[in-house]
Ligand binder design. Structure first.
Ligand code: HEM
Length: 472
């Protein structure tokens, strides 16, 4: 535990805000109730005691599922036996492969290794100096839009953050020239896809192999075509030499695989969709949750305002400031602890292994659950409270790296980690320096888990200008 009782007392942390979480059953529920909960909200299947259990083994349909809720299980699954447990689950593949094809996120084996070697360096932290100015300029543009909306306007912050991060990722992948209509069209396609795709895929739970056709609704196919049409069109422009040479897509065109061959146009399209999808909604949800959490905690809001004043002194933040915005970053990290956008990491065993002293058979599912791990009361003090101070290097030691895994860990760790943390820190600092944002009266924030973990379908908040807050 990185927060000692003295630190908790000295900083009055025990009074911190406790944000919402899905229902936790105290006693066992029927299989039917469990199934209903699973379809509604994946995270509602966990019982109170699961939050402190190191490991669980459940038989669901014909599958055995091994859950890990301890750093040892994380090490075993994502590091030591990563080669045997590398493959994603059938549910993930069935839900995402129609959209992403053989893209990095759902591929495995040799295809994954080839693509990882190409994609990871392109979005890696080493290139952050290229991306940060785009993040900065877009966040400043958003301040302009919020000013135009009028002082005291009610905005859907989840939607706003979705558009902001989509615009940032769009400008970095496709270049600055496309315009917001393109971004909007892609987001609309993704949203429609997410609404319609069946993520619970019962056939997979019944152990049906991947080649058994799943029913894919007309609307899912239509949404997929919509996304592919827009991105194919952009890829074609780059192929004709009309694209921005600094864009990520240009790097994908220039990349060569281990045999020296370039990526096909379909592979470039798939990887562009992966980066867009992986990098947009995750960061959008993080920012929306962070803005909501800050609005509910006067102590955190005051410390944040003091840091922004001290570090920025009325300027817009830039990359060089991120290292000094330690409390702003701590807010982002605490938000990712409480609401990890990818709350469950699923893998399929491609051969026999062991976990937590149990034998793992080929075909078993392994789930490392950041959602449980990040709230495990044996690992964290005040596990359900919003306490950014636990990530403040001036106050607390860094938590065990296998107890805190919002970006996963091991060979499949998120290659966009530095991109995401820098983007979220810059955007939060830029927006909250200029505006005070409060939850719309009477709105009830719900935890909803679809492909990612989000604050319901909308987050209405009132946006007011801070006096002297916005740089001219
Ligand atoms: C707060 C924001 C983000 C979070 C919490 C996040 C989290 C994750 C997690 C947990 C995984 C691994 C999933 C698994 O193993 O099952 C992942 C993979 C990935 N992420 Fe992120 N991510 C974020 C932002 C980004 C950004 C901004 C980019 C790109 C610019 C990105 C690109 C990717 C890619 C390409 C993968 C697939 C890696 C592979 O399978 O080898 N992510 N992300």
């Amino acid at each position: 535990m990185n927060l000692s009782p003295e630190v908790i007392a000295d900083h009055r942390l025990a009074d911190s805000f406790v944000p919402p979480s899905p229902i936790r059953h105290k006693t066992r529920v029927s299989l039917w109730t469990l199934f209903r909960l699973y379809r509604q909200n994946l995270l509602a299947i966990f019982m109170e005691r699961d939050y402190a259990t190191r490991r669980m083994r459940k038989k669901v349909g014909l599958r055995t599922i091994h859950f890990s809720n301890h750093p040892d299980g994380v090490r075993e699954t994502l590091h030591r036996q990563a080669a045997t447990f590398e493959k994603k689950t059938s549910q993930q593949r069935q839900a995402l492969a129609p959209l992403l094809g053989d893209g990095l996120f759902v591929s495995d084996g040799a295809t994954w290794a080839e693509r990882r070697a190409i994609v990871a360096p392109i979005v890696h932290g080493r290139r952050i100096a290229t991306f940060a100015p785009v993040m900065r300029e877009t966040a400043i543009e958003w301040c302009g839009d919020w000013r135009k909306a009028g002082d005291g306007a009610t905005l859907d912050i989840l939607f706003e953050m979705g558009e902001l991060t989509a615009e940032i990722i769009s400008r970095t992948i496709f270049g600055r020239r496309l315009g917001r209509e393109f971004t909007r069209e892609i987001i609309a396609g993704f949203a429609a896809y997410q609404r319609n795709v069946d993520q619970t895929d019962l056939l997979s739970l019944m152990n049906a192999p991947d080649w058994v056709p799943r029913l894919q609704g007309v609307s899912t196919r239509r949404a997929r075509h919509r996304v592919h049409r827009v991105i194919d069109d952009i890829v074609d422009r780059f192929a004709r030499g009309e694209g921005d040479p600094n864009a990520v897509i240009s790097q994908l065109f220039a990349a060569r695989d281990s045999s020296g061959a370039p990526l096909t146009k379909a592979a470039i399209r798939n990887e562009a969709i992966v980066i867009f999808m992986a990098g947009h909604e995750t960061t959008a949800n993080t920012l929306a949750w962070a803005i909501y959490l800050v609005s509910q905690s006067p102590r955190v809001e005051a410390r944040l305002a003091a840091e922004l004043e001290a570090v920025l002194g009325g300027r817009h933040p830039e990359l060089a400031d991120v290292a000094d915005l330690t409390f702003t970053r701590a807010i982002i990290e605490e938000t990712l602890r409480l609401y990890p956008p990818v709350p469950l990491l699923g893998r399929t065993a491609t051969g026999p292994g062991t976990l937590n002293g149990n034998a793992v058979a080929k075909g078993d599912i392994l789930v490392v659950a950041p959602w449980l791990l990040h709230r495990n009361r044996d690992l964290w003090a005040l596990p359900d409270h919003f306490v950014p101070e636990r990530f403040d290097p001036a106050i607390a030691a860094r938590p065990d790296k296998h107890a805190y895994i919002p970006f996963a860990s091991g060979p499949r760790v998120c290659p966009g980690l530095t991109f995401a943390i820098t983007e979220a820190t810059l955007c939060l600092a830029t927006l909250l320096q200029a505006f005070k944002v409060t939850l719309e009266e009477g709105h009830n924030v719900e935890v909803s888990c679809r492909l990612t973990l989000r604050p319901g379908d909308r987050l209405p908040m009132v946006v007011r200008r801070r006096k002297g807050g916005e740089p001219s």
